[in-house]
Design a protein around this ligand. Structure first.
Ligand SMILES: [Zn+2]
Length: 259
């Protein structure tokens, strides 16, 4: 990932912030990732989105754009440090670069929460069927927490920010659920509360809506999002088969010692 050049003199639009031949530049990576996510049904009908942080610069997909057709020129860019200025209203944002005909994403403050509270490098928001179905199954039981264990794919998750290693096969993956709000931006305080209550979680489910997943890097956010969607689908199908998400399985220990 390359660091964008500093603002060119006289460039009032700062378009240079989204112009790069590097496919891993955030302005190129967000459209290519969203096109892949669209094929998975994660960002259908302009819903969902993704944001990447490169040091202080935050790149965000816009609102209302068909995610599989998004272009680098559609990307918003802002300074994370500038957003934390005391003089700014919490909902006021100063963009370094904004597309002239588009609207900022309502997901923006939620992505910023992952960057400021977790130090994440990437945050992905999906409207995946499986995520929504899991929240509906939990709603039927009055639960605000998804828990699952004894599945290989759980190893795809880190133990938590600042903690070494990933979860193990027998560990329990716990993802909090927050209730949906009429306006996506209003989810922010509830997402931040859930982050405080679950300091090791890399994701928060939103009831009847979808999921927010983040990671220290784009690679980690993407693979954790994929692992989570796999587990959500498995969980829904396990429920249909009457199988429990939490099981008590004793570790199998090899009897042959290593050579
Ligand atoms: Zn959404």
């Amino acid at each position: 990932m390359t660091t964008p050049p500093s603002a060119a003199a006289g460039d009032g639009t700062n378009d240079h912030l989204v112009q790069s031949t590097d496919p891993d530049h955030p302005a190129n990576l967000i459209p290519s990732l969203c096109a892949k996510f669209w094929t998975l049904g994660w960002v259908t009908g302009t819903g969902g989105g993704a944001s990447i942080r490169n040091d202080d610069l935050v790149y965000i997909a816009p609102s209302g754009v068909q995610k599989e057709l998004m272009k680098p020129s559609d990307i918003y860019v802002l300074s994370l440090a500038a957003q934390q200025s005391q003089s700014l209203h919490p909902r006021q944002r100063v963009y370094l670069r904004r597309p002239p005909t588009l609207k900022p994403s309502q997901c923006t403050p939620l992505f910023l929460a992952a960057f400021t509270k977790r130090g994440a490098g990437c945050c992905i928001h999906t409207h995946s069927h499986w995520a929504v179905l899991v929240t509906l199954l939990l709603e039927a039981h009055g639960s605000a927490e998804f828990r699952i264990n004894n599945l290989e794919q759980i190893k795809g998750f880190g133990r938590g920010p600042g903690k070494a290693g990933n979860l193990g096969y027998h560990d329990t993956l716990v993802i909090p659920v927050i209730e949906n709000t009429a306006h996506e931006e209003d989810l922010t305080e509830f997402l931040e509360e859930a982050m405080d209550r679950y300091p090791d979680a890399y994701a928060v489910l939103v009831r009847r809506h979808g999921v927010y997943v983040w990671g220290e890097t784009v690679h980690k956010a993407k693979t954790q999002c994929e692992s989570l969607d796999y587990l959500f689908q498995l969980a829904v199908e396990m429920k249909q088969l009457g199988l429990a998400w939490i099981t008590d399985i004793a570790p199998t220990v090899p009897t042959r010692s290593a050579a």
